[in-house]
Design a protein around this ligand. Structure first.
Ligand SMILES: Cc1cn([C@H]2C[C@H](O)[C@@H](COP(=O)(O)OP(=O)(O)O[C@H]3O[C@@H](C)C(=O)[C@@H](O)[C@H]3O)O2)c(=O)[nH]c1=O
Length: 198
């Protein structure tokens, strides 16, 4: 059982799985097919990323075409600010974002569908982030948007982040031709085109 809530930028969802506590600790189901986020079998890869320092930012990333990824994220040590930005051309919420705090303590999760650029900032040192994705890693179909794009205006709470070289060089949203198109008839109201964004 889990509490699943729509966010201000659908279909991004916040998920809080129930925890059954006892004298040993707790037990929690962290994903079930019958929660209806994705059909059974859709998730094909699990990821684990560790960041040593608070104030590390990873993102904003996406994969496109047949490799577009939906993601279900959670934190098992520490805390992050998890962010999803709508980059579906023609979307009523294009350029808007959801920022959700995910903590090991609370077990909160964020479901990020196709058509969104995703990233997070670590709010604590030693942050372990786990996530499921519904398409395998495909470095030939990766794209990125700058973490500090003023047109998106994310309040990361971090001024001088630890970044990868790749993320430091990422383009602004206005300078990419995003490969996602808003389409109410498609899953996640998103059509994913098989062409690079830049
Ligand atoms: C993402 C990924 C990376 N790698 C490798 C490539 C590279 O050598 C090393 C580090 O990759 P990156 O710098 O891209 O890792 P990172 O910056 O953590 O990338 C991740 O960021 C978050 C925000 C996401 O949303 C993810 O989808 C993914 O893009 O790991 C894989 O083998 N499989 C994967 O699925």
């Amino acid at each position: 059982m889990a509490e699943i809530a729509q966010t201000a930028v659908p279909p991004v969802r916040r998920v809080v799985p129930r925890r059954f506590g006892d004298e040993r600790g707790f037990f929690s189901e962290t994903w079930r097919a019958d929660w209806g986020l994705l059909e059974a079998g859709a998730f094909v890869q699990d990821n684990h990323a560790w960041s040593a320092e608070a104030g590390t930012i990873r993102g904003l990333h996406f994969q496109f075409g047949p490799s577009a990824q939906a993601k279900l994220l959670r934190v098992v040590t520490g805390a992050i600010l998890d962010v999803a930005v709508d980059i579906r051309r023609g979307s009523p919420t294009f350029g808007r974002h959801v920022a959700a705090k995910l903590t090991a303590e609370g077990g909160e999760q964020l479901f990020v569908p196709h058509g969104f650029a995703h990233g997070y900032a670590t709010l604590t040192p030693d942050a372990h982030v786990l996530y499921k994705v519904d398409a395998p890693y495909d470095p030939k179909r990766e794209g990125a948007v700058r973490w500090d794009d003023p047109a998106i205006g994310i309040d990361w709470g971090v001024t001088d982040p630890v970044l990868s070289d790749k993320d430091r060089a990422a383009p602004l949203l206005q300078d990419i031709d995003t490969p996602f198109v808003f389409d109410e008839g498609a899953p996640y109201s998103c059509r994913s085109l098989d062409r690079p964004a830049a």
